[in-house]
Design a protein around this ligand. Sequence first.
Ligand SMILES: [Zn+2]
Length: 363
Amino acid sequence: MTTEPLAIGEQVLALLDDAAMSSTYKPALLVAMLDRAPEHLRDGRLPVGELAERVVELYWPQSRGYATTGRVLVQNQAGGQAAILRDLAAFRRQAGIDAVTVPDAVRRSDEWRTLVRRAERTLAEWPIPRLQRPFEPFLYTTPWPFRETGGFSMRAYRASGEAVELFPGVADALVRLAPLLRPFVVRWWTEKAAALNRTEIPDASSLLAFEDFLFGRDRVALGRVAEGLLDLQRGACFYCAGRVGAGGREVDHFIPWSRSGDDGLDNLVVACRRCNNAKRAFLAGPAHLEPFLARNRTFAGDLDALSRERSWPRDRPRTDATVRSAYLVGAGHRPLWEWTGTGDGPRLRPYAEAVELVRVMLG
Ligand SMILES: [Zn+2]
């Protein structure tokens, strides 16, 4: 078995080529694993409950009615609906919730826990044991046993709290590869969903807008927290410190969304349009990293208040783990973006300085 990151990455891509799984669970599970791996680098055990919660979060924006038709998109072949999505859509209908992100009150409710528990069982019995087929397992083993049901061999998942056990080196490889793999898997998911709903998504030119819908990348929704975040920045762009007018302010994912999917308040800052466009999917250099880590520490109380007031998710341990893995795991040759004062694009920064900052400030 290989523990070489690139070989693991190639095999993950090969998994997507194989059409054996008829729903979008395959990309959902892969994205959830990429997003949760940073928190489990040490022991490589990914609790199924955590994967389930992430999968439910990923499907959350997708369980809204789509644009003109108002119909929830089908994400399973033969016209059926993926069970997790069906549960979510039913929950939304009953509760009358249209929000793009999961409201905090929902996240704390018994109904949410029930949804996650049901998803946990679904994932444990079907997608998790099947994801690696038709290959030999190369990412993980599942410690719960097989059982026979009506001629099918199925995994018997009894207790919640079990974990997928990653092979040695896999958690590390997933974290290293996330910047490359995650956008690819997200795009693959988009194309699969588009193919399953051909009548609604007629042409490839609208694919990017469709992806924004699927993954809740909604400027209007993000705008709900812009003002509160901007107050913490005294009305200035987080990167260039220029004044940010109401029309030009943009909410930026400090660790880019494309690599972490972290929408938590701790990962968000407000930038002017110029900086946001220039930074794109780069990691920021030490000149921005230090004030960023300091903000999350100094203004923890304010972020908490904003999270409650705007009903916006906040998960500091997750954001910290994302920051740690983004800067500490990897070769260290990547350019870090910093505002240069002239707008000449990214400035290559000594990587060691950023690593040292993360070590000192996050431990
Ligand atoms: Zn700026």
